[in-house]
Design a protein around this ligand. Sequence first.
Ligand SMILES: O=C[C@H](O)COP(=O)(O)O
Length: 255
Amino acid sequence: MTPGIRPLIAGNWKMHGTSAWLGELRAIGEGFAEAAGESADGVICVPATLLARASETLRGTPVAAGGQDCHAEESGAHTGDIAAEMLADCGAAYVIVGHSERRADHGESDVEVAAKAKAVWRAGLMAIVCIGETKAEREAGETLAVLSRQIAGSVPEGATAASTVIAYEPVWAIGTGLTPTADDVAEAHAHIRRELEGRIGQENARAMRILYGGSVKPGNARELLSVPNVDGALIGGASLKAADFLSIAAAARLV
Ligand SMILES: O=C[C@H](O)COP(=O)(O)O
């Protein structure tokens, strides 16, 4: 954690969730304050089809609803795509952009990710910009260089702590049960903070939340959240069950 930064515990449901899951979401919303206390923010990024009902379900709780992707434009002939303004209209407060699954499955480039982040700002929402190295890049010793490149390409100039969250997700740690060591996470997050200072200025960079994502579970959350410059988590699999997500939120309180 970083002193003075309010942590964010974020869930990403990915392509999971129908109306049958709203009870789980309600349990997350209702249990968050008790788990995390008043000192952390929460969000669950649901499939777009569930967003309006998720926002309704979470209303009055400390947990926000979020989207998982958006188109860079506000409207137009883009069949199947969704504008950030549409996510806002459904009650989203946050939108993930540049998740490695979007970069891999849809060939999204840093330039496109930056355009999407700006679209999120345009809609008045908070962008969660994802970066992270692949296994091959880590093994080649390129992790920090990859992070530098992705920050330069994916984080638009003008990003502030009020508009943007960074999520460091080593691709090889996502859904695998593998995590980097605490030292490796510390090195990556310190590097990200430094690179952000160069890109958006010291004041903005020092206030910006940098989340760790990749196989965060109740059993490792406390250790990961204790790492310097880790200001919360982006959680996939363990966000699907209220008990697991709330247990991770509770770990943030203990750090
Ligand atoms: O967005 C979330 C991440 O991809 C992490 O997923 P995971 O917690 O299932 O490894």
